[in-house]
Ligand binder design. Structure first.
Ligand code: NAG
Ligand code: NAG
Length: 485
């Protein structure tokens, strides 16, 4: 007894000392902001507790051209299109963030639930005509991108796109199944009826994805390409959808399916397009099967992924900037930073649970190493970088001011109530003043491979935020917020 008291006193002393000597970011603040960002991306009728006040209702008649209510959901980025594939991926990653780290979110857990629900309420509408059709997008993206307009003013065609048995889309349907299944786990105890509704819809979406195989870009072509073309094909989404169905139902037929699929290509990336790495990490955790030998294959694939992204690994397949940021691509690189950071944080948790380490050649990988790399990426995003720039809008005192986002850059409709037309809006794109509306918490595309960043509204590759950059960082931020407070 006495020894225990002495020990815990010693731990408290070390703890206090640690928090005195190490300065660290305000991860709690960053977590709250990362989640509130989703409010500003909302389409549809905004609720009374909406805290981002410069936005108003938009897209209320979305779906009316096909007599279906498709209002709601999220705009993907700085435009006014509702793209189903990234929206579903965003919802899946918010859900996974809550499933792994929700206990560490404190007051933000409620906000995270709301952000997920805004996505799933829409996805339920999108799946309402299954098995005949899945609605995968609202808004003509070519017409939309020729305008610089507030969502509230949008007058370009709100074309509704779908996939069907004759024109399949296993990619978008598989991702939709993943999102609904993951969210059904989130709401299992919070709202059991809603959870069951989500799981039913997930099952329908998964069956549809599996039964009618094809890539949606093969027939939706310029409506989805080059925006969210299914470059990686659909096997990854079938694996990912099956993985989440397995997690949500504990029905081993989904695991058998995942193993028989043959989705074995090596992969060093994780994104709205390619989910192989995410599926492998998810499936590597064998908590629901007594004999987890069948999962060993996914575990080794997950570890190959880790070896392909860890600095110092002889199998490294990606680059790091001189300032230490993971670099995969010039455009919207932060999406790879946040998605990889999520997988590092999550796999560290699974390894800890299994008391496991592994090696990449001579590099011994421990949970602590994965967490250290994950933290370095988060810290870079929040300002520990050669430019001393926070890449999260509204966090810290130096952050991008000219982000590529129509709503943020145009005067708010609450102040300038007159419609701003398609062409007139370009005045705001060209304007050299900072954006008038703070898109709080938005993480932008980020710097190039030399840590250079140009805060210019036309520079969409670096200054555009997206929902799928933010969503995967919610989990790691929650982990850090509860570890360093
Ligand atoms: C498991 O899922 C399969 C495929 O959807 C289904 O046919 C089977 O009835 C399910 N088993 C149970 C026990 O629910
Ligand atoms: C990426 O950015 C670097 C530095 O700005 C530039 O030199 C290079 O050409 C770009 N690569 C591509 C593929 O755009």
């Amino acid at each position: 007894m006495r020894r225990r008291i002495v020990l815990s006193l010693a731990i408290m002393l070390i703890w206090d000392w640690g928090s005195l000597v190490s300065s660290h970011h305000d991860y709690k603040d960053a977590l709250a902001k990362a989640i509130v960002f989703f409010e500003a991306q909302r389409s549809g009728r905004l609720p009374s507790d909406q805290s981002i006040k410069w936005r108003l209702d938009s897209g209320l008649s979305d779906g009316s051209t096909v007599n279906v209510d498709l209002s709601g959901g999220y705009y993907d980025a700085g435009d006014n299109v509702k793209f189903g594939l990234p929206m579903a991926f965003t919802t899946t990653m918010l859900s996974w963030s809550v499933l792994e780290f929700g206990r560490r979110m404190g007051n933000e857990l409620d906000q995270a639930h709301k952000a997920i629900r805004w996505g799933t309420d829409y996805l339920l509408k999108a799946t309402s005509a299954l098995p005949n059709a899945l609605y995968v997008q609202v808004g003509d993206p070519v017409a939309d991108h020729q305008c610089w307009q507030r969502a509230e003013d949008t007058d370009t065609p709100r074309t509704v796109y779908n996939v069907s048995p004759a024109n399949p889309g296993s990619d978008v349907a598989g991702e939709t199944a993943a999102a609904l299944a993951a969210a059904s786990k989130v709401f299992k105890k919070v709202d059991p009826d809603y959870s069951k509704t989500l799981l039913d819809a997930a099952g329908k979406a998964f069956d549809f994805a599996d039964r009618y195989r094809g890539a949606y870009s093969d027939h939706l072509s310029e409506a989805v390409c080059p925006f969210y073309c299914s470059y990686s094909g659909y096997l990854d989404e079938l694996l990912w959808g099956a993985a989440w169905m397995f997690k949500a139902t504990h029905n081993s037929s989904y695991l058998d399916y995942a193993q028989a699929l043959g989705a074995n290509a090596p992969c060093d990336t994780f994104s709205w397009d390619n989910k192989l790495a995410g599926a492998r990490v998810l499936l590597s955790k064998g908590s629901h099967v007594k004999n987890d030998e069948p999962l060993a294959e996914f575990r080794s694939q997950a570890e190959n992924f880790m070896c392909s992204v860890l600095p110092g690994s002889p199998m490294l397949k990606i680059e790091y900037t001189p300032g230490g940021l993971l670099h995969k691509m010039n455009a919207s690189n932060m999406q790879y930073v946040t998605s990889t950071t999520f997988l590092l944080s999550t796999y560290a948790k699974y390894m800890k649970h299994l008391d496991r380490t592994f090696t990449c050649g001579s590099l011994v990988v421990t949970p602590a190493l994965l967490r250290e790399v994950a933290k370095s990426q988060v810290d870079y995003v929040l300002g520990d970088n050669p430019r001393g720039m926070s890449y999260m809008v509204g966090y810290g005192d130096k952050f991008p001011q000219h982000i590529h986002h129509r709503g943020s850059s145009l005067p708010s409709i609450t102040i300038n109530t007159q419609r701003i037309g398609c062409d007139a809006g370009f005045q705001s794109l060209k304007d050299s003043n900072p954006n008038p509306n703070l898109l709080l918490g938005a993480i932008v595309g980020g710097p190039d491979k030399f840590d250079s960043f140009t805060d210019d509204r036309n520079n969409y590759a670096q200054t555009e935020p997206t929902t799928y950059i933010n969503a995967p960082l919610v989990g790691p931020l929650a982990y850090l917020a509860s570890s360093f407070n």
